[in-house]
Design a binder for this molecule. Structure first.
Ligand code: CA
Length: 1022
């Protein structure tokens, strides 16, 4: 007892250590700034007044050449927050919803949330035009609140933007004019929009008169709360300026002297540049003071240019000040050392270069945006190597130690933060041209930019040079302002060829990556057609009480996004994840937690209304590291405790998860505890090392149930066991469950992993099926549900021919029938372990085991289950019966048998099968003459119990004998003289003998016949 006490103390200490390390998972503050180009001093802009962003740059890593994937809010943000390129998100405009096109996409905040983060957004993160009204609720730990609802000074800015008295008065005048004109509804709005929407505003108001001040306040308030949570957080703060209109408090305008403002040096189109590369400044022109400021050549007058540039810098400094408030708050809450910060602009901005304003191009000024990543544990640094904004998502994953979201198209930039580089040395951006149903793609290397404009083409479809309508090449070493398109300059032929090849190979690699096209595998119906008859889940709904009968199948992670997943959802409303929930997947190494796969399965289940039983028990299949190293009991207990606790916390409260296996494979067939096997590290149970309590029960079992009881109060707890029908094993399991209950632990169900094999035909033996029934009865009598947690049937002693598949089908059906015969005394569930044979996506694809074949065609086993569920009142077991085998059938039928005739009988573990004989009729082998019948020598195992079974019918009360002769023993005889069709069974032990003789013969005199059927001999498992 003393030792156990010591062990628990150690466990508690180690447990605390592990919780501390869990707490140390870094927080993330993601700051998105709308329309911010690198007008930041740290990015080389000496005019900018951006002390706070500069401070960030000093302590973090500056990506001086970060390029967005499409230079406009919605598509750029959709790309960054999914890690997908715009052609894959299919969000290339300002109206497509990300999830309309990609319902199952896992976004950055959603992914962090699923990986244990508390996620919160304030301000503009997703472009609201790319998400639903709930702002993609699945992304956030609490509902998103629009910035328009946040409190602040001065009331709501008019039209969402303006706070100056002058502007308010002007607007009021226009409203009066609208009233005077009798305008209402849309006409009134259109009139007001056309009449009043200035491009800048300078107002002597506090920061929180505009929304960015309110957003900063909300973020600060939230940091207060988040600092008190144990959970790491992802706080996403999206500032709305320096997007137009440039409305900012006067003090930020006053940071700049208007006289010092330089206008863009080069305001013309590039020499040799194609018209398609430019636009007409439509966004800017929508501001009411703008159209009259353009001259006849489309150039804005200098005063307005200066005002706009001034405004852009003022708005940037205004946002910079808000960022400063966040940094101060982080420091105040002692979060600076444990929080990763990302500063990102959603794209650049043309401030008059090329005569362009705003974004919407493939040029340098529109595609380049500031990116700074601060990991407090890493040294600051800077690179000019081009990177892509969609790299941020995988970078953050690596920085906090979770796997990158598997579909991500970006790469982690962590090598830069560690002083190295990545292999990708280019960035690609794109801009659509809808009038030609085309797209411009631009590739930026360290010194050059090469752009191709295509008609009728997007990168996810096959590329052809024929669709190219224009191309551009710029050399930033000699021409940073993009004044000359060099595609036709012979000096650049090599550069051009290199960039063309790079861009083409990039584009061609994108082929087929659009989500609609990735699923190129044929649909379920194209492969197999629907199985005939009613899907299983519909039969369950129609014929059973949905709370007491569940029929399911196992889902492998690899099934997802394949027709197998469709098949499963079509047929079942209950599932068990194969290995995705096991410790070997979730917690493969100390400190490594990978919930991604199991979470994706849970999402699939949620979406398809499928109830889940989690199969991640404390079992032999523990993490490899727990098995292969030589951990002591003192070390194993905290490991197990941490895993079990996290597993319970992760899933408790999830409405889709109804059951959880708590332990599995706790005992051996002989009733001994399953533990370490010396010299084996593959299939042993390390947890037994933790020891037994004073009553002789494994501490790990008690601990697992203690944790599950505490942290998974909403999930039903299953004691699962992998056995045949060995009473010694099951008695031990029963005893242990009763002990757990006596100790006050909730145990809700007993589970049986029914891994059946054709060479140990448990499910085809009446005796074993009868024991199975008793086991269910015991469970129900003890207030436990009964779960057939994993049923499969391996044909591993021959070909999966028709006869073998029939037996397989009978085996599946027999287990189900015994289970359903108990449906009124308690809950019964049935889960096939795997759905289809030969699926490489599954880890259990060998052998014929499952209910669909590798082409997703239903096997006889499927139809046997279907038939059983369709006829719940007919639960007769399909026990194999003797038969006239094919080759002898015609010859022997009604021919009678002579003594010693044996060519038609096969013994051993192979059954004599009834091929269509009816119990009520004259079936099987007809024995006409007295003293004739079956006599055969059979090889057997010594010291083994066998049972010999025969179904016999006599016609006129003939006497039929069944006899077994064992060398050195007396013969055993059973007789019948029954005109009913009835079974005779004899059980015996072979002793020393390795061969026996079995006889079935007619003995009395008479002319009438007898029939023998279903004649088989099998060893009895004990
Ligand atoms: Ca933007």
């Amino acid at each position: 007892m003393k030792n156990i006490f010591k062990l628990f103390i150690t466990a508690i200490i180690l447990l605390n250590v592990s919780f501390v390390s869990a707490q140390q998972k870094k927080n993330i503050l993601f700051i998105a700034v709308d329309d911010l180009k690198p007008t930041v001093r740290a990015f080389g802009d000496e005019f900018a007044q951006t002390p706070n962003m500069d401070k960030l740059a000093e302590s973090g890593f500056v990506f001086n050449s970060n390029y967005v994937q499409q230079a406009v809010c919605g598509p750029s943000r959709a790309s960054v927050f999914t890690g997908w390129r715009p052609d894959r998100t299919m969000v290339t405009d300002l109206k497509t919803l990300i999830r309309d096109k990609n319902p199952d996409v896992v976004t950055m905040p959603q992914y962090f949330k699923e990986n244990g983060y508390y996620t919160y957004a304030t301000g503009k993160i997703y472009d609201p035009r790319s998400v639903d009204k709930e702002y993609d609720a699945i992304s956030w730990s609490e509902p998103y609140v629009s910035p328009y609802l946040l409190p602040g000074s001065g009331g709501d800015p008019i039209i969402g933007y303006y706070q100056s008295e002058e502007h308010k008065m002007q607007r009021h005048l226009y409203e009066k004019m609208a009233d005077a004109k009798g305008l209402t509804g849309n006409k009134r709005n259109a009139f007001l929009r056309k009449s009043f929407k200035p491009s800048t505003e300078k107002a002597d108001v506090p920061d929180d008169a505009y929304y960015d001040g309110r957003i900063a306040n909300d973020a600060i308030r939230k940091l207060d709360e988040l600092s008190k949570k144990e959970q790491p957080f992802l706080l996403m703060v999206g500032f709305k300026r320096p997007h137009l209109p440039f409305a900012a408090p006067t003090k930020y305008w006053d940071l700049y002297d208007a006289g010092d403002i330089d206008l863009a040096k080069y305001q013309k189109h590039a020499k040799g540049g194609p018209a398609i590369a430019y636009h007409n400044n439509g966004e800017l022109r929508s501001y009411t003071d703008i159209p009259k400021a353009f001259d006849e050549n489309g150039i804005l007058n200098k005063a307005k240019q200066r005002e706009l540039i001034h405004g852009y810098y003022a708005a940037t400094s205004y946002v910079d000040a808000q960022i400063g408030k966040l940094l101060d708050k982080l420091k105040e809450e002692n979060l600076s050392d444990n929080t990763i910060i990302v500063l990102w602009g959603d794209h650049g901005w043309h401030l008059g270069d090329h005569g362009l304003w705003c974004k919407h191009t493939n040029f340098e000024q529109a595609t380049r945006s500031p990116l700074i990543i601060i990991d407090p544990s890493k040294e600051p640094g800077k690179t000019n190597i081009p990177v892509e904004s969609l790299d941020i998502f995988p970078t953050l994953c690596e920085l906090v130690g979770i796997n990158a979201e598997p579909t991500s198209q970006g790469i982690s930039l962590v090598p830069f933060l560690d002083g190295g580089e990545t292999e990708k040395k280019y960035a690609v951006s794109q801009w659509p041209k809808r009038n030609i149903n085309g797209m411009g793609y631009t590739i930026r290397t360290e010194h050059y930019r090469y752009t191709e404009w295509y008609e009728k083409y997007e990168s996810t479809s096959p590329r052809s040079d024929k669709n190219i309508v224009a191309s551009e090449l710029y050399d930033y070493q000699t021409d940073p302002l993009e004044t000359k398109n060099l595609v036709h300059n012979k000096k650049y032929a090599a550069v051009l060829a290199e960039h063309k090849a790079l861009l083409h190979s990039f584009l061609e690699a994108q082929e087929g990556t659009a989500m609609g096209m990735v699923e190129v595998s044929p649909t379920l119906n194209e492969i197999s057609g629907k199985p005939k008859g009613t899907p299983i889940k519909e039969l369950v709904d129609a014929n059973f009480n949905s709370d007491s009968v569940y029929i399911g199948s196992t889902v492998a992670y690899g099934y997802l996004r394949t027709p197998s997943a469709d098949l499963l959802a079509q047929q079942f409303s209950y599932t068990t994840p194969e290995n995705a929930g096991k410790q070997s997947t979730v917690n493969p190494k100390p400190g490594v937690w990978r919930w991604d796969k199991i979470d994706e399965i849970i999402r699939y289940a949620e979406k398809n209304n499928i109830t889940v039983r989690l199969h991640g028990p404390i079992s032999p299949q523990a993490s490899k590291w727990a098995k292969t190293d030589s951990r002591t009991a003192d070390e194993l207990l905290p490991v197990m405790t941490e895993y079990m606790t996290k597993q319970c916390q992760h899933f408790n409260g999830n409405k889709t998860v109804k059951w959880m296996d708590v332990v599995n494979e706790t005992v051996n067939k002989d009733g001994s505890w399953f533990g370490p096997k010396p010299g084996v590290d593959q299939w042993e149970n390390p947890w037994l090392k933790i020891g037994l309590n004073s009553d002789g029960y494994p501490i790990y079992i008690l601990k697992a149930f203690e944790i599950a009881n505490k942290y998974a109060p909403d999930i039903k707890l299953v004691y699962n066991q992998h056995l045949g029908m060995e009473p010694e094993g099951w008695e031990k399991v029963k005893e242990t469950i009763l002990y757990l209950k006596e100790k006050g632990f909730r145990v809700d169900g007993l589970g049986w992993q029914a891994h059946l094999r054709s060479d140990t035909p448990l499910a085809l033996s009446e005796k074993e099926l009868s024991y199975f029934g008793e086991l269910i009865d015991w469970a129900h009598a003890n207030d436990l549900e009964f779960h057939v947690t994993e049923i499969d049937y391996r044909i591993n002693d021959g070909n999966a021919d028709a006869a073998a598949l029939k037996k397989q089908a009978d085996a599946y059906a027999n287990i189900l029938k015994v289970l359903l015969s108990r449906k009124n005394t308690g809950v019964v569930t049935y889960n096939t372990w795997g759905l289809l044979d030969g699926d490489e996506n599954s880890e259990h694809h060998n052998l014929s085991r499952f209910i669909f074949d590798s082409n997703l065609k239903a096997k006889p086993a499927y139809y046997a289950i279907q038939k059983t569920l369709a006829n719940p009142d007919n639960l007769d077991l399909a026990i194999p019966r003797a038969s006239t085998v094919d080759d002898g059938k015609n010859k022997l039928k009604n021919a009678g048998f002579e003594k010693g005739m044996n060519s038609w009988v096969k013994f051993g573990e192979v059954f004599i099968e009834n091929q269509g004989a009816q119990r009520s009729g004259e079936s099987g082998l007809k024995i006409n003459q007295d003293k004739s019948g079956i006599k055969q020598k059979v090889k057997v195992k010594a010291h083994t119990d066998y049972v010999l079974t025969a179904w016999i019918k006599t016609q006129n009360n003939e006497e039929v004998k069944l006899k077994v002769k064992i060398e050195g023993q007396k013969g055993f005889t059973e007789k019948t003289t029954d005109n009913d069709y009835r079974k005779i069974q004899m059980e015996f032990n072979t002793g020393e003998a390795k061969e026996i003789t079995v006889v079935c013969s007619k003995w009395n005199t008479g002319n009438s016949a007898a029939w023998v059927d279903d004649f088989y001999l099998i060893p009895v498992k004990k």
